[in-house]
Design a protein around this ligand. Structure first.
Ligand SMILES: NC(=O)c1ccc[n+]([C@@H]2O[C@H](COP(=O)([O-])OP(=O)(O)OC[C@H]3O[C@@H](n4cnc5c(N)ncnc54)[C@H](OP(=O)(O)O)[C@@H]3O)[C@@H](O)[C@H]2O)c1
Length: 331
């Protein structure tokens, strides 16, 4: 084990707490600080996840000399300014998905990290999960033959009183950036960057995309069909289909609940492919990877590169353009 990497968490909401719980599963990590907009919330967070330093502003957290790396857990619209703040203070950063609202912001964040030679990574946690890594292995081994299509859906109903963040345009609300991003990530990690992008959405009362349908086309004839929604509960599965078989990631394809089903040849044979399971929500895998990078003195992840992060954001921009999804930050 290398030195202990000292983590701070910026924002004290839903995902901040889950990440803090999983950080305890990372041997060389220690959660030492939290930064919140209010001391009341910082203290409440520290009651559940004890830390040495509670800060009542994000600036104070970013300036804390006892912190090596900061996990950004604020709504999408704040990622840009929060990441820049931390980088300016020389802190390594793991930033929640979506990395930013658009590729203009993403480019500026990447530029600053590279200029300052400070570690920066998008918290696309699915990329570090055992079943995702297994799927990549199976694809590389040619188990599906030529992949012709990816079908992915992610839908849930946030509840009777709409969660403000998910529906608030000022916070980057909408299904595409919040959950559709996992569909897009899955399609791109199997088929690469699409050559043609078509998309359409239906708005919620606040104007954000309540539902978003996306079609990717590739020059070699492959296609991806992706759907995200806050209106209904969907299967939230992913199918990767090739000339020699099909892989299905069962419900909640992007998280640790997913099971890999492999249908070699025709659809009458099923092999369930087991992957090792650990306790926790699954955020420990990405946190462990960040620690490994920092122990090695890397400024970029070899698994989730900043170029991949930018490519994903450029594709999300193109989907939004096609579907008519706009945020104030695009002006
Ligand atoms: N990887 C995943 O599985 C996953 C799951 C859920 C969410 N996420 C991502 O994590 C981010 C946060 O999502 P969440 O569900 O944790 O949101 P949340 O519960 O609303 O928490 C967001 C936190 O950000 C801070 N904040 C700063 N400015 C805010 C504002 N104007 N309005 C609301 N909160 C503000 C607040 O903390 P303080 O008041 O303490 O400053 C708040 O508790 C999103 O970008 C989302 O996409 C990822």
């Amino acid at each position: 084990m290398g030195k202990v990497i000292r983590w701070g968490i910026l924002g004290s909401g839903h995902i901040a707490k889950k990440f803090a719980a999983d950080l305890m599963l990372v041997k060389d990590a220690r959660l030492v600080a939290v930064g919140s907009r209010s001391m009341v919330k910082a203290t409440a967070f520290a009651d559940a996840f004890p830390v040495d330093h509670q800060h009542d502003s994000y600036e104070a957290l970013a300036a804390d000399p006892e912190v090596d790396v900061i996990y950004i857990a604020t709504p999408h619209s704040l990622h840009y300014e929060n990441v820049l703040l931390c980088l300016q203070h020389g802190k390594a950063v793991l930033c929640e998905k979506p990395f930013a609202l658009n590729s203009r912001q993403t480019r500026a964040m990447i530029e600053l990290a590279r200029e300052k030679k400070v570690f920066l990574m998008e918290a696309l946690w699915s990329a570090f999960l055992p079943q995702y890594i297994k799927v990549q292995e199976l694809l590389r081994a040619g188990k599906l033959g030529t992949v012709k299509s990816v079908l992915a859906s992610f839908g849930f109903r946030p509840g009777t009183s709409p969660n403000a963040r998910l529906y608030d345009p000022a916070l980057g609300g909408g299904s595409l950036l919040d959950i559709g991003i996992y569909n897009v990530f899955m399609a791109m990690s199997v088929l690469g960057r699409p050559d043609v992008i078509e998309a359409s959405m239906t708005p919620a009362a606040t104007g954000v995309d309540e539902q978003c349908a996306v079609l990717f086309k590739y020059k070699d004839g492959a296609m991806a069909q992706l759907f995200s929604t806050f209106a209904t509960d969907l299967a939230t599965e992913a199918d990767i289909c090739g000339t020699a078989g099909r892989l299905k990631l069962t419900t909640r394809f992007f998280d640790t609940a997913a099971r890999i089903e492999f249908y070699p040849g025709r659809l009458d044979t099923l092999e369930v492919i087991e992957v090792p399971k650990e306790e926790g929500f699954g955020y420990q895998y990405e946190a462990r990877h960040v620690n490994e990078c920092l122990q090695k003195g890397l400024t970029e992840s070899p698994v989730r590169s900043l170029d991949d992060t930018l490519a994903l954001m450029e594709v999300l921009d193109a989907i939004r353009q096609a579907a008519g999804i706009k945020y104030a930050a695009d002006e």
